[in-house]
Design a protein around this ligand. Structure first.
Ligand code: T46
Length: 132
């Protein structure tokens, strides 16, 4: 199974400007329960450093750019998110870290469930053990 799964979003903009629509189960392969966005991340800050047990997410940089590192325990990959029409799927039990946030970065994340701290695996060694 491939570690990097891009979600290509159709740009519906016209000469007035841009527009991208995201519908659950059509453009993303899950039902949507939560939306959040990360912005104003200070220079040099790194975020994430966890995996989720059950949660499925799609992240898209709607402005600016950042780098997301994905790690399934066997393989790691850096993905540059710099397009408002190209998202990435963050599947359960994929360790992820975000860095290199541009000062204008707005990272929009769509999630399959409401916030639940119990769904986070924040210890990397525990993550590796759980993958076995
Ligand atoms: C993820 C990556 C991509 C809430 O109360 N509700 C929420 O929906 C979220 C997302 C966070 N929080 C609280 C929990 C923390 O006290 O906001 C604080 C910051 O969250 P965290 O340190 O987990 O943020 P990131 O940027 O490290 O990770 C976030 C998401 O939490 C995580 O699920 O996959 O973005």
């Amino acid at each position: 199974m491939s570690l990097i799964k891009y979600i290509n979003l159709q740009e519906l903009g016209d000469d007035r400007g841009g527009l991208v629509a995201i519908e659950e189960l059509t453009h993303i392969p899950f039902s949507l329960k939560r939306v959040y966005y990360i912005f104003g991340t200070k220079a040099g800050v790194e975020r994430g450093f966890h995996a989720h047990k059950e949660l499925i997410q799609m992240a898209v940089c709607v402005k600016g750019s950042c780098t997301m590192m994905l790690d399934n325990g066997d393989e790691k990959a850096d993905v540059k998110l710099d397009s408002s029409s190209k998202g990435i799927l963050i599947e359960p039990m994929v360790w992820h870290e975000m860095r290199d946030f541009s000062s204008d970065c707005v990272l929009l994340v769509l999630a399959s469930d409401v916030y639940d701290e119990a769904d986070y695996v924040r210890d990397y060694n525990e993550f590796l053990l759980m993958r076995e």
